[in-house]
Design a protein around this ligand. Structure first.
Ligand code: CP
Length: 328
């Protein structure tokens, strides 16, 4: 299998898909598809032999940590899991010093920092001082790797994605306040690939205004549609793909108890078989996981034949291997 890596993206940061052109994203998907085939065929892919990725997690993770770390192993390199409470970050070491020092040792820095109002700023500060690429593993604004995997999954199912209807719907999961980064990254990138996006949320759950405006501008530039509704069912009506998931009312309030109370106010915003029946016959259900089963979605749907959540989770591995091979 030809695994020649284009060199034009070496050294590039990946903090939002918005900063990568469609051609650059296409080259990533092309490589991800080849890496997926190579893995299925048992072919070794030592594209990052002896290279090191530092993975700094301010927040918990199952998929992101294991797909990045496994990805580095499969590319012949090494991923090091770093927790800020075990680093000198816990004693106040700043982003500049962390970035400069890790740049002297390794080949990439990946960060998950989802604190509202802080995460993206921290990634940007590390990137400003780092001499090696900085990769987002999710911040308060973006979760770009998740959306790469989502798009790969949709393309595997449908081929040409132009004109497909994607419903992105808020769901009620009052066990904790989730970041805005998944829906925001979805509405930014999917219209660029020609999908028509319907975003549904109760009024208190709007996304960052500048992101909603950028999504509309992206859709206009691509000739696709982006619309916002406060009706849950609108996201499902005649849809090809739905991604119903929870997020916090963070633009409205950052008070955790008030946020949980608002999330709890809308228990009917839950994906079930009745809602799925509103979509096209081939409608697929997606969720980045972890899902709050019973609150966000019924078992019948998430475990049913329309659910592609494990393909979606698997594709995190393939897109991130492609990303790392391109930039590191
Ligand atoms: N989807 C996702 O990012 O999963 P984790 O939080 O488990 O990494």
């Amino acid at each position: 299998m030809d695994l020649t890596i284009p060199t034009g993206l070496k050294g590039r940061d990946f903090i939002t898909t918005q900063e990568w052109s469609l051609e650059e994203l296409e080259s990533l998907f092309h490589l991800a598809e080849r890496l997926k085939r190579a893995r299925a065929a048992g072919e070794p892919t030592p594209l990052l032999a002896a290279k090191t990725l530092y993975m700094i997690f301010f927040d918990a993770s199952t998929r992101t940590r294991n797909s990045f770390e496994t990805g580095m192993t499969q590319l012949g390199g090494h991923g090091i899991y770093l927790s800020p409470d075990r680093m000198q970050i816990s004693h106040g070491e700043n982003a500049r010093d962390t970035a400069n020092v890790l740049s002297r040792y390794g080949d990439g820095i990946a960060i998950r920092q989802c604190t509202y109002g802080e995460g993206n700023a921290y990634l940007r500060e590390v990137a400003e001082h780092s001499e090696i690429p900085v990769l987002s593993m999710q911040c308060d604004v973006y979760h770009p790797c998740q959306i790469l995997a989502d798009y790969m999954t949709i393309r595997e199912r449908f081929g040409d994605t132009r004109g497909l209807k994607l419903g992105v719907a808020w769901t009620s999961a009052p066990n904790y306040v989730r970041p805005l980064s998944v829906p925001q990254s979805l509405i930014l990138m999917m219209p660029r690939f020609g999908l028509d996006v319907t975003l549904a949320y109760p009024p208190e759950f709007r996304l960052m205004p500048q992101i909603e405006e950028q999504a509309k501008a992206n859709a206009d530039a691509a000739g696709s549609r982006f619309e916002i509704t406060h009706c849950f069912e609108d996201a499902f009506e005649d849809a090809d793909v739905v991604i119903p998931k929870s997020w916090g009312p963070l633009v409205h309030t950052q008070d955790v108890q008030e946020g949980i109370g608002l999330i709890d106010r809308y228990p009917k915003w839950r994906c079930d078989a009745e809602r799925m029946a509103l979509g096209k016959d081939h409608l697929i259900y997606m969720h980045p996981l972890p899902a709050d089963r019973g609150r966000e979605v019924t078992d019948e749907v998430i475990d049913g034949p329309r659910s592609v959540v494990y393909d979606e989770a698997e594709n995190r591995l393939h897109v991130q291997k492609a990303l790392m091979a391109l930039v590191m």
